[in-house]
Design a protein around this ligand. Structure first.
Ligand code: ZN
Length: 288
């Protein structure tokens, strides 16, 4: 099942994408794709719906983040060996955990805004994991049972804020618009192996990132289990699981560092096998 939220910012309605790829309205069934509707029991109920009886949505509405009221937006750093190498950092012995501000969450195709005075805004295609059932100290073996589903995420990052301003990475990770999520929340029954998904990212039509979740250092089950030792994972929490090589910071020319950062007017496209694509235009900073 592919759950979505569509419509204007702040007024999104719940929907699903049917077997023919058509958008259908779910608002007569659930008020929103809220955390309480992500449990196995609720998803099983939704799965029993006769999708043909749900109203078709006309046109091509904006897509929002497919999960409403995300409580925690947790991120994993340097989780692909090649990306750690291009970042000039050692392969971590334990997962690196940091937080993205939930205020950065937006729809998959909304504009990405450069922060005020930013000169090092960068991209990161990542597999997103959405928690469906409360998880505390869960074993790696059981961990995937706590997952509602998966989604595509761009972990947009400001490298100067992240790495040159002292303290934790969080300063460069939670700026407004730095969390495009979606278009779909694909329930876990449709993703039997989250460690076998191709992923890619293009900048202005040129391929920058090519990867597969099989090269993660710590897989999804390990990450859910690991993070649940430090905080209770609640329904609707999102974990973004790290990025493969090919970020702007790591670009080289003739063997020398030649980073590329986002500028106004750039077009970023990214996707993960079976989880859908995102298309963003980069815009200059503007006051809210
Ligand atoms: Zn990341």
């Amino acid at each position: 099942m592919k759950l979505v939220r569509y419509g204007k910012v702040g007024k999104e309605k719940p929907g699903l994408i049917d077997a023919d790829g058509k958008l259908r309205d779910l608002s007569a069934v659930i008020p929103d794709v809220s955390p309480q509707y992500l449990s196995d029991a609720m998803l099983a109920k939704l799965r029993k719906l006769k999708t043909a009886s749900l109203p078709l949505v006309k046109g091509k509405p904006r897509m929002g983040c497919p999960v409403a009221h995300v409580g925690k937006f947790i991120a994993i750093g340097l989780n692909y060996a090649d990306h750690a190498a291009e970042s000039g950092m050692p392969i971590p012995k334990e997962p690196i955990v940091f937080m993205k501000a939930t205020s950065c969450i937006q729809g998959p195709n909304d504009e990405v805004m450069l922060p005020k005075n930013s000169v090092k805004t960068d991209w990161e295609v990542e597999l997103g994991v959405v928690i469906g059932t409360e998880a505390r100290h869960v074993s790696q073996k059981d961990a995937l049972n706590y997952v509602a589903g998966y989604c595509t995420i761009n972990d947009v990052s400001e490298r100067e804020y992240q790495l040159e301003r002292g303290g934790t990475w969080d300063k460069g990770k939670g700026c407004d618009t730095f969390g495009p999520i979606g278009p779909w929340l694909v329930t876990r029954d449709e993703v039997p192996n989250p460690q076998k998904l191709d992923m890619w990212l293009d900048l202005n039509g040129e391929r920058m990132q090519t990867g597969n979740t099989k090269t993660m250092i710590f897989g999804v089950a390990k990450l859910v289990s690991y993070v649940s030792q430090f905080m209770t994972l609640q329904p609707g929490d999102v974990i973004t699981t790290g990025t493969p090589p090919g970020v702007g910071m790591g670009m080289k020319k003739n063997g020398k560092a030649a980073p590329i950062y986002l500028k106004r007017g750039d077009k970023v496209s990214l996707g993960i096998e079976g989880l859908g694509e995102q298309h963003q235009t980069v815009v200059a900073y503007k006051k809210a």
